[in-house]
Write a protein that binds this ligand. Structure first.
Ligand SMILES: NC(=O)c1ccc[n+]([C@@H]2O[C@H](COP(=O)([O-])OP(=O)(O)OC[C@H]3O[C@@H](n4cnc5c(N)ncnc54)[C@H](O)[C@@H]3O)[C@@H](O)[C@H]2O)c1
Length: 330
């Protein structure tokens, strides 16, 4: 199956398309010849960044609006063939600081999106951005989709709730929805200003600035970073196949590494830099999930997805991007 054949001229809507993953997806869909609409609140306290879309702005239809206003999605959903539903409050710490805003965006808003699809466009295909955070403390590695859901923070609850609205709407109303549970996604266009959304962006910024990377604890936690292009490939494959309807899939990277080794790999890839071990801030330690490595054999088996970008290559491409564009991201 050629993705160009699937998406050429197709009407696609991306919620959260000014953010990290959504903007990379928009670039890919434009390159596949799709007709791309985007809705995003443009909230710079999240990952929204106008520069993320600067070079395709005349090829997409961008509406800056808050999806908490239910009429926004009702107006935009008609006639769309695919919905990539990425708008979300993605900060784990942020969900503990402002739980009601997190609930509103990740849960109530998701119900309103699902209901708008059911009422105004029941044939649309929806890809929802789920998260490994919903699993909570991991019981054994690598973990598959049957692992218990036992979140360690409010974000894990709200994101799972948003996911469930999609899955239940599939079961009851036949909505063509699925969820991809993502792990640490990294790559060009990610937020680097601080560690609010992800630590990898902050680490990259500090390397480029010649400052030491802060690694919490002993840096022994395991993560399986997933390069953004691979995540987008998974979204497109899931969108293109009816097999994914009603399904949840784990995504994961090619390699699982200890954070301290990830820091060293970044330093090596960047050709310089340093790291420093720091005590875990208490608020972060309390919501840490420990080690994580996804078993993504289900999506491999059902949709033929496979992460392809090796960690060193992904880091190199990410560092190059931010060296060239840092003034738009710091
Ligand atoms: N980046 C990761 O590692 C990761 C991991 C697991 C899950 N996810 C999920 O993937 C999705 C995208 O993540 P990202 O890293 O691109 O985050 P991001 O913060 O860069 O992008 C999210 C976008 O959603 C927009 N948004 C938020 N609330 C909105 C609202 N009420 N109305 C309109 N737009 C709104 C923001 O302005 C932002 O541009 C999120 O739902 C997140 O929970 C991301």
């Amino acid at each position: 199956m050629e993705l160009t054949d699937v998406f050429k001229e197709k009407r696609t809507l991306i919620t959260g398309g000014m953010g990290f993953i959504g903007s990379n997806l928009a670039h890919r869909l434009v390159s596949l010849g799709a007709r791309v609409s985007i809705v995003d609140s443009g909230d710079s306290s999240m990952g929204a960044n106008p520069f993320n879309l600067a070079d395709i702005l005349n090829q997409v239809d961008l509406k800056v609006a808050d999806l908490r206003d239910d009429q926004v999605i009702e107006r935009m959903i008609a006639g769309q063939e695919y919905l990539f539903n990425l708008a979300g409050q993605a900060s784990h710490a942020g969900s503990m600081e402002d739980p009601l805003a997190d609930l509103e965006i990740n849960a109530r808003c998701q119900l309103s999106i699902v209901e708008a699809c059911r009422k105004h466009n029941p044939g649309i295909k929806i890809i929802y951005a789920g998260t490994r955070q919903s699993y909570g403390q991991v019981r054994q590695l690598p973990i598959d989709e049957s692992h218990p859901i036992d979140p360690v923070d409010y974000n894990g609850i709200s994101k799972r709730t948003g996911e469930l609205y999609h899955l239940v709407a599939h079961r009851i109303f036949g909505l063509n929805a699925c969820s991809l549970r993502m792990t640490n996604v990294y790559g060009p266009r990610m937020r680097c200003r601080d560690g609010h959304l992800n630590f990898i962006g902050l680490w990259i910024r500090r390397i480029i600035e010649g400052k030491p990377i802060p690694v919490y604890g002993q840096g022994t936690q395991i993560r399986d970073p997933n390069f953004v292009d691979d995540v987008i490939e998974a979204m497109l494959l899931a969108a293109a196949s009816p097999i994914s309807n009603g399904q949840v899939y784990n995504l994961g990277g090619l390699e699982a590494v200890r954070l301290i080794d990830l820091a060293d790999r970044m330093i090596e890839t960047a050709g310089g830099g340093s790291r420093v071990l720091k005590p875990f801030p208490e608020a972060r330690r309390r919501i840490d999930i420990g080690d994580y490595q996804a078993n993504f054999s289900k999506i491999q088996r059902q949709l033929g997805w496979q992460p392809r970008v090796a960690l060193t290559e992904g880091l190199s491409r990410t560092i190059d991007f931010f060296r060239q564009n840092q003034e738009h991201y710091w």
